[in-house]
Each structure stands twice: as C-alpha cells, then as structure tokens.
Ligand binder design. Structure first.
Ligand SMILES: [Zn+2]
Length: 186
C-alpha cells in the first residue's frame, strides 16, 4: 500500500511539472502575429463582420468560442492560474476587457474577474439555453461571445465574470508602458 502511495505521488509530481511546461510554451506562442485586419488595441470603432468573414480571420478555436458561443473545457486555459500584472484583451478584435487586478481564483475552472475594465467594454444578454437562466457576456466592440456573468463573485461587485481563456489576449503591464513611452518619443 505504501509503495502504491509513493507511486501515485510520483505520478502527480511528474504531471504537475509537465503541465507547467506546456503552460509556458502556450504563453510564448501567443505573441505570434495575427492575420486579422480588425484587430486593434486602440481603435474603438465597432466591428461588424459577417460570420464567414470572421471564420477567415480567426483561428478555429477562437472562432468556436467567439462566434459559435462555444465553451472551452474547464481547467484548460493558460490564464486560469495566471497571476501576471497587465491587461486582458478580446482575442477577436483587441478591445480591452479586464485588468489583472480584478482577476480572482474562483475555482470554477475558467479565468474569472469581478469587474470589466470599463462599462462599455462588455455587453450583457440573457441566455436561457441548456435549461439554465444565465447572463451571457460579449465583447462591447465586436460582440464576440466571452462567457457568462454570475452573482456569486467577491466584493466589491459581487460578480463573477467567467470567461473562456481562448478569447483572451494578455499584455503585461511593463510591455504596455514601454510601448507607450516609445510612442511618445516618436
Ligand atoms: Zn472583441
């Protein structure tokens, strides 16, 4: 029995290390350039594309979440346990959605926030699918599906924005600051 426990422990440790490595790899891969003409972190103009146009410019996994209201499997997002300081953007259009200081550990398996970066960042729609009464949240700029908001979050809002990590892009605070300062010089 003791031997079995040791084996189990060893397996858990190996798996833990493995998932750490894959997580780091995914974060790096995110910085690859997008082939998406509507993607902008500064343009506030609303994006209105037809579904077949979205299909051409989004990766299949982003398209599935954003445009087909898909849900990623819980515990699969690199952002679920992510603690870096910075800003989260819509992966479909670049609209700023959440700041890292409103992110919290909800334990629900998806990246969770208690407040959006601004009131217009997000739009809310009733969702009565799957036999549940929920509120869907969409990107305020491009109306991509992000996830849902629930009323069991922490203070000060009491809200839990449960967001698919696939539809989030992250930029570290230092990187954003550097870009801003370089922009001022030029
Ligand atoms: Zn968007």
């Amino acid at each position: 029995m003791k031997g079995f426990k040791m084996l189990l422990l060893a397996t858990l440790i190996v798996q833990g290390c493995y998932s750490q490595q894959t997580k780091q790899k995914e974060v790096k891969m995110d910085s690859t350039e997008k082939n998406n003409p509507v993607y902008s972190r500064t343009d506030k103009a609303k994006v209105n594309l037809k579904e077949d146009e979205w299909k051409k410019i989004l990766s299949p996994d982003v398209y599935y979440i954003a445009r087909q209201k898909g849900t990623e499997r819980p515990w699969t997002s690199k952002f679920e346990n992510f603690k870096e300081i910075g800003t989260y953007y819509c992966a479909a259009c670049g609209n700023a959605l959440f700041k890292s200081d409103t992110k919290f550990d909800s334990g629900c398996g998806w990246p969770s926030f208690y407040e959006p970066i601004s009131k217009s960042a997000i739009i809310y729609l009733p969702d009565n699918t799957h036999g549940m009464v929920r509120t869907e949240v969409q990107c305020g700029r491009c109306k991509s599906h992000l996830g849902h908001v629930f009323e069991d979050g922490p203070p000060p809002t009491g809200l839990r924005y449960c967001i698919n990590g696939v539809i989030l892009d992250f930029e570290k605070a230092e990187a954003a600051k550097k870009k801003y300062e370089e922009g001022k010089k030029g």
